[in-house]
Design a protein around this ligand. Sequence first.
Ligand code: ADP
Length: 253
Amino acid sequence: MPALSPTLAFEGVTRRYGATVAVDDVSVQIVGGSFVALVGASGSGKSTLLKTINRLVEPSAGRVTIDGADVADGPAPALRRRIGYVFQTIGLFPHMTVAENITVPLRIAGRHKPERVGELLDLVDLSREVAGRMPDALSGGQRQRVAIARALAPGAKVLLLDEAFGALDPVTRDALGTEIRRLHERLGLTTILVTHDMAEALLLADRVLVMKAGRIVADATPGELLAGQGGADAQALVQVPRDQAARLAALKP
Ligand code: ADP
């Protein structure tokens, strides 16, 4: 039996940097197994909120829980093995092969088994032949797949994606997004995707949270957003892909 997908909760989470309130009293629950997109303009607090989950950022007030347990209890490395984290700049170790990169968290945890490398490459749909390559011999999309394999290697059930597809070309980005969604279903993950791209959020997520000035100003399903609900801030973001689709349709001969 696979473990149940973890439920996350932010309870009055605030994070200040001097006079800047990056995250402002956010309370929201993310039900286990859901795929949530966190959308908003640059500087709205998305990354800061995401990083309070794996303690890369400590809240100034409030707390984050996973299945009811405060993430601040216990050692951070153990917490981070349960939480896959992938960000735009990838962060593969350039002097290590793909196989070595993927197994870093397993080796740190003393749980490395060589056969896991092949399984993890299969998981992210990479050929097993890339195991011995160095990261600079891979395309951007392949590198990001390696980063995802590494993030999930210790059996993480929570996946945090912080603009993880941001540096990729649109075709690779679209394909990888679809695959992540499949991976989410297959492994029973709880996934949070930070993106400034509302179209990506609508296409991939079950639920879209819109952030503005550190607060969540909309919380709706893609269906609700497409039906014009969710409020003015959310609708302003939905309007962008809507207008693009309309302009493309108008180009039809
Ligand atoms: P987003 O991910 O939506 O682009 P961030 O969470 O990165 O937004 O940033 C929210 C706000 O907090 C911004 O005003 C940003 O400048 C500020 N901020 C984020 N991290 C730091 C930091 N380490 N030091 C000072 N200010 C920060």
